[in-house]
Write a protein that binds this ligand. Structure first.
Ligand SMILES: O=c1ccn([C@@H]2O[C@H](COP(=O)(O)OP(=O)(O)O[C@H]3O[C@H](CO)[C@@H](O)[C@H](O)[C@H]3O)[C@@H](O)[C@H]2O)c(=O)[nH]1
Ligand SMILES: [Mn+2]
Length: 656
């Protein structure tokens, strides 16, 4: 042993390029201070002017605060690297057992074939199979899914040896072969009360071996009991059932959790995660290891701003520096104890090497029976499940909340982004899927993103209204005070663009991202804050809307071509279109003025005209959907009519 046993299993690097970054921060800060000075010392006289000015100033103060928060995240991003060879040298014989949870909820929105692929990909990890236990939670209680799993368990006998022999990547058969998959027959949607737990492969049973005689991972199918009078708490409820059921079947110290649409793309993920948990010095305090969500169906310019590259590579890396990477609900390795509510105390050490004696005497029949009780709907009554134990109930972003709670109990977390992505999933392919407000709700409460929506709404409407009324809210272009505004706005965007491209995006992708940024802040955050207030007052309850993973051929074709999908009724579109139209009216009005003589307003209203113009340019896809498109994804006529009326109303109110 000697020296080699003291070498760490992972290392942490922070990024360089710091000096330039600090210089940039300082310069923007100076510009912001100048803006504040200007705002305070040039408060206009008239009543309307004064209030518009003060409102704008409040929005700017908010943006400053928000900007500082986002820069703090960027202060010291860290990146993690693992040493798998040291792990196997030291612990190969004592690797801990792993429980893998896969959740599915609906055989129509989440086709069983997708679930099969995810399940097979996680069964095929490069890891001793007798230590792997895969659990599928089927909240749909669908016989179709059940039989698909039965088939999957049979196919695994051939698939797993094949993967290992040829070191195949990725290990989702569908992703590997990418050949056309025969569509399944329409499943019948009978509402049935299923309550089934079935051990499809019992890893302890010598009769379950693959085509080469090797042990297979244990594979358990679970459709927990659901009854109308008991809340089932959606995914959080499913996960908590799995935690209990797995504790009676395998009870392994490490739990991996993936959504059914996120297959494993890297056969080494378990070993990578163990490099963190089993590190002698820093491993004991780690509660979970999260890998960033990555998607396989992102188009070149990422129309809906799905790829989260900047968030994953920069912002989460910044959180990670303080041991605070969030839990995102999928692609996350948990320490079972931490997830189950244990408090971390200094000096706490657990020996993951300790091999758990398998309850080999207990037959799988018996295990199924015991587990059935654990997965019954009344089991959780008067327990701490959903509060202090397991995933939290009552939030639409139960994952982030659960992560925060684990941190509150003293555990740290790791963000691990290997070069070969650990998991790949399916990104939403329509605009409405992209901005469901449920996702934003809890962030609103905890990070005050709601204020972003108000400040942004103000900034994209009031300057334009004032432009129409001839109220100037910014210094003239020829005025020296113009410069801090120009610098703060420009440098910020340019820095953002640089970051985006550095993280692997394209210029066009960045532009799309700006649009989505605008849409989200003016619609979903806004609705989310409203919804949140209603929920706090007890008027609504949070629900879980499952994201569809399959869409029309038509829709997916437009997605491939990066054409935005509107095509349905939604208040989201009303807001987007009204704002877009209103700004277009303003812009046309101002252009008319400029062309007919009054060129001096170009100087006086420079910032407002530029703002308005930018809004018009960024909304181009909206105008196209309104006036020029013929396909099914264009703007529905009713949305158009309503929004034209709204926009004209605001316009005439502003002018008269
Ligand atoms: O009653 C339910 C509802 C959903 N799910 C599963 O939950 C997962 C996530 O659902 P999805 O519709 O794909 O939601 P997304 O918006 O894509 O999920 C993101 O947001 C969720 C809520 O924050 C997180 O739980 C997810 O991990 C995260 O990927 C899927 O595997 C579902 O099968 C259940 O098991 N039971
Ligand atoms: Mn999903």
């Amino acid at each position: 042993m000697g020296r080699s046993s003291s070498l760490p299993l992972f290392e942490t690097k922070s990024s360089r390029k710091r000096l330039l970054f600090k210089f940039y921060l300082a310069s923007v800060l100076v510009a912001i201070c100048l803006i504040w000075v200007y705002r305070i010392s040039y408060l206009p006289e008239g009543l309307l002017q004064r209030w518009a000015w003060i409102g704008l100033f409040i929005a700017e103060v908010w943006f400053t605060f928000y900007w500082i928060v986002t820069q703090v995240l960027r202060w010291n991003p860290v990146y993690r690297f693992t040493f798998r060879d040291r792990l196997s040298q030291r612990y190969e014989k004592y690797l801990p057992g792993i429980d893998i949870f896969v959740c599915t909820a609906d055989p129509v929105m989440e086709p069983p074939i997708m679930v099969v692929n995810t399940v097979l990909s996680v069964m095929a990890y490069d890891y001793p199979p007798e230590k792997l236990n895969v659990y599928l939670s089927d909240d749909g209680g669908s016989d179709l899914t059940f039989y698909a799993m039965l088939e999957a368990s049979k196919f695994s006998k051939y698939w797993l040896p094949f993967c290992k022999k040829f070191n195949v990547e990725p290990r989702s058969p569908e992703a590997y072969f990418r050949s056309a998959v025969e569509p399944l027959d329409e499943p019948d949607n009978k509402v049935k009360e299923w309550h089934v737990i079935k051990i499809l492969i019992d890893g302890r049973d010598p009769k379950f071996v693959d085509s080469e005689g090797q042990t297979l991972p244990t594979f358990v199918y679970l459709a927990r009991e659901k009854r109308p009078q008991y809340p089932h708490h959606f995914k959080a409820g499913a996960m908590n059932s799995l935690i209990r059921v797995s504790s009676s079947v395998s009870n392994n110290p490490i739990i991996l959790n993936v959504d059914c649409d996120m297959y494993s793309n890297n056969a080494n993920s378990i070993r990578n995660a163990l490099c963190f948990f089993m590190d002698d010095e820093k491993g004991h305090e780690i509660g979970y290891v999260q890998s960033p969500q990555a998607f396989e169906n992102i188009t070149k310019n990422d129309l809906y701003g799905n790829s989260l590259h900047v968030i994953a590579e920069v912002e989460i890396a910044g959180l990670d520096a303080n041991g605070g990477a969030p839990y995102f609900g999928t692609g996350c390795f948990h320490r079972r104890e931490a997830l189950c509510g244990k408090q971390y105390s200094k000096g706490y050490k657990v020996d993951l090497k300790k091999v758990d004696e398998k309850t080999a005497e207990v037959s799988s029949k018996k295990l199924e029976e015991v587990s059935k009780v654990l997965a019954s709907c009344s089991y959780e009554n008067d327990t701490e499940w959903g509060k202090e134990m397991g995933l939290k109930y009552g939030y639409s972003t139960e994952d982030v909340m659960t992560g925060l709670c684990i941190q509150c109990r003293g555990w740290r977390s790791i963000n691990y982004s290997p070069e070969r992505k650990a998991f790949l999933g399916v990104a939403p392919t329509t605009l409405l899927q992209r901005i469901p407000f449920k996702l934003q709700v809890s962030y609103c409460t905890y990070l005050l993103w709601a204020a972003n929506s108000l400040a942004t709404l103000y900034y994209v409407s009031v300057p334009s209204i004032c432009l129409l009324r001839g109220i100037s809210l910014f210094p003239q272009a020829s005025n020296p005070w113009f410069q801090p505004f120009a610098y703060a706005m420009l440098s910020n965007r340019i820095y953002g663009l640089g970051e985006f491209v550095w993280c692997g995006g394209t210029f066009h992708g960045w532009w799309n991202d700006q649009r989505i940024w605008l849409f989200k802040r003016t619609t979903s955050y806004f609705f989310a804050s409203a919804d949140n207030i209603l929920r706090l007052l007890g008027f609504t309850k949070s629900a879980f809307a499952i994201t569809a993973k399959v869409v029309d051929e038509d829709v997916s074709k437009r997605y491939e071509q990066e054409v935005m999908e509107f095509g349905s009724q939604s208040p989201v579109f009303n807001i987007i279109v009204t704002l877009a139209l209103f700004n277009m009216f303003c812009f046309l009005g101002v252009m008319k003025l400029i062309v007919f003589s009054q060129t001096k307003i170009l100087d006086e209203f420079a910032v407002q005209i530029i703002l308005c113009g930018l809004l018009v340019i960024i909304n181009m896809p909206v105008y196209e959907a309104l006036f020029f498109r013929e396909d099914k994804g264009r703007m529905p006529t009713s949305v158009t009519c309503k929004s034209v009326v709204f926009a004209l109303l605001i316009y005439s109110m502003a002018v008269f």
